[in-house]
Structure formats: structure tokens, C-alpha cells
Design a protein. Sequence first.
Length: 263
Amino acid sequence: MNAEKNDDNLVLKAECITKRFGGLVAVDKLNINVYDGQICALIGPNGSGKTTAINLITGIYNVDEGIIEFLGQPIQGLMPHSISWMGIARTFQNIRILGSQTVFENALLGKGYGNGGASIIHTVLNSASYRREVVASTKEVDEVLDFVGLSDLSNEKACNLPYGKQRILEIARALITKPKLLLLDEPAAGLNSQEIQDLTELVKKINKQGISILLIEHRMEVVGKLADWVFVINHGSKIAEGTFDVIKKNPVVIEAYLGRGGR
Ligand SMILES: Nc1ncnc2c1ncn2[C@@H]1O[C@H](COP(=O)(O)OP(=O)(O)OP(=O)(O)O)[C@@H](O)[C@H]1O
């Protein structure tokens, strides 16, 4: 989906964000804008600061400098669960699912405690409001599993799923939060070519629901198929941005990444 770029439809604005770990500047005055309806990719060599940038956007780390706005609201300094409730969801580079729990239970985890409004006392007392929340959550999980194509596996233990479906389960858990912006950290890592095709189709389908996407990805065929706009970083700084067709011919990008490390 190609979005119009103006301040009115800016979903994410990260301006001059910086993160230091001791003497190492992992993210260095980085600017990233994601507009409504866009699929953006963040690419760069190993250790260039991509995951740290996502961790800053999702509140895992606080920025040392810079501002992050989501739908016009400043979010830097907020706790990760507050940022999630505002509408930013993510997946992780290393799959984080509970193998001994079912697909349904893993997806339900995305709801988080009390997301539906029932307080702890209602939960403990199994009150009407808690039961209503459980029914509503069950329906939402069923709908999301149907959307991502995992309905048939709802009662299966997550550890029995093929790797590609485990990645899709992670995405399902993120979608349960009804995000406006979805951050995917290397969603194609470890997938075979059929699984990559399925993932690519799913990401497009999610985007068609009006969810903007920022993905970190090393697989350039995935970036080429999905991204409307690509940010390239090296040593924490942005070295280029543009459409994939333009950045892949950029000598600076080829020298820093595509010519050597880019896969
Ligand atoms: N919690 C931390 N403490 C110290 N250094 C860190 C921490 N997290 C990341 N770093 C360092 O910051 C730099 C950027 O790491 P980051 O994981 O963001 O890179 P990346 O681009 O996501 O790499 P990859 O493509 O390998 O996943 C690296 O040098 C890394 O070692």
C-alpha cells in the first residue's frame, strides 16, 4: 500500500533517537517516519542497531536523546505495556512462544492481563465481568487464528508446529492487541521458501487491514516484495532511505551492506 506522506498521516515519528551502551553508540541520531498504510523495512549489517531501534520504539529501552511519537503522542519513557495498549505490537527475532501451551493459549497471551477491563478482584471472584471478558477474548483469538490460517491447529501444542507456523503464531499473538503499527523483527529468519511465501502473503493481508508495518529483514527478496520504503542503517546511523529499487543501486548501501553482508 502506498501512503501519502504528510504529518496528518504519520503513524510513527522517531526523531534523532540515540541509545548508548557504555561507550558504544548503538543507535545514533536516527530518524524514522512510518506513514499510515505503509510497509517499511529497516535493513543494515549485523550489529548496526536495528533491534535496538525497535526496542526503543517499544519502550524496552529508554532513548538517551531524541523523541518518539506514535499517532502524534510522545511515547518515549512509557512502559512497554502502555505502548502496546496505545497500538504498537511487535514480534521478536528469537521466537518467544510457550511450547507446552496450545496455539490458542499462546495467542491469548497477547491479550495480557486486564486488557479487556476486568480487574484482578473480578478475575479472582470469577465475576460476570470476568466471564464476559473470557468469552470476548475467546472470540477474538478464534478470529485472529482464522485470519492467520491457524484455526485448525488451535488445540495443538505450539512445540508441535513447524517453525514457519510458530513464527505466524507470534504474529497472531501480536495481532490480538489490535495494533495500528506492527513491528516485525526478522520474520523470515529460518524459514524455507514456501514458508517465506506464506509469510509474505500474510504480511500483505495484515497491511490491507490498515495496519502499518515496520520490519527488520535480512532477506532482500522479502524486502523487495513487501517494502514501500526502506531505511538503511550502519553503525546506528541512517545511511540511506528510499524505495527498494533505488536503495539497492545506492553505492553507499552496496558498500556497507548489500555488497558484502546483505543476503
Ligand atoms: N543490551 C545491550 N547491552 C550492550 N550492548 C548492546 C545491547 N543490545 C545491543 N547491544 C549492542 O548494540 C549494537 C547494535 O545491536 P543490535 O542488536 O541493535 O543490532 P542489529 O542491527 O539488530 O543486529 P542483527 O542484525 O545481528 O540482529 C551491537 O553492537 C550490540 O552488541
